[in-house]
Design a protein around this ligand. Sequence first.
Ligand code: CO
Length: 277
Amino acid sequence: MSNRNIIRRVRGLPASDGAGVRLTRIIGQPALDSLDPFLLLDAFGSNQGSDYIAGFPDHPHRGFETVTYMLAGRMRHRDSVGNSGLLTAGGAQWMTAGRGLVHSEMPEQSEGEMRGFQLWVNLPATHKMMPPRYQDIEPERIPVCAPLSGARLRVIAGNVLGAEGPVSGVVTNPLFVDITLDAGSRLSLPVPATHTAFVYPFEGAELAVGSSSLPLGELGVLGEGDSVELSAPLGKVRMILAAAAPLREPVARWGPFVMNTEAEIRQAIDDYRSGRL
Ligand code: CO
């Protein structure tokens, strides 16, 4: 086993998206444009309805996958072909946009806490035009694994210490885990050596990766290796650990379309404008 260490640290930027939802953009901003195959990571969280009430009205996607993980609140999802679903606290949605769709993501509440993440994962050229697919995961379907008394893992995608996440059939073979460590606990986890990986502590105290510390709200890109050693030296900490196989393909990106070439982007815009998504 060789432990992965932090090779880069990135703090998110305050941003606004959709019809004016306030969020923190961690991947997909000048300090970290992308982290192949991850294209974007947003953290949203507020107790003020005015920060999120406008939601994300109808918008298209093509060529990648969007992952929504809800920590608090309720969000309604609807698309142009009649699919609808309600995301609740602790639940997730893994949406493969593939060749494209138009959808909305709107809060189903006007006050109280709304908190969660949206991650975009790229698709390889061979899968960019696949039919759209949804995996709506209710909170109860996410296995909880407690490998030691001070550690609690919710496995959304991938296999960790024998717990299999409910998300399946994703081409980049992702790992997406919500980990809580109690003060003083230390956890060693395998992370496939082939994968790009990052960790993001979002609640509690700072995190330690090997012997280096990672402050709350900073994303740590993990270097080479096949495992990671996480610990909570100063107090309880909650984090997201994500890993996926890099694509190493050219990326042409225009807003909600992520393709390989500019011509494919022009085609996507044209398809969208002509109502073909
Ligand atoms: Co969307």
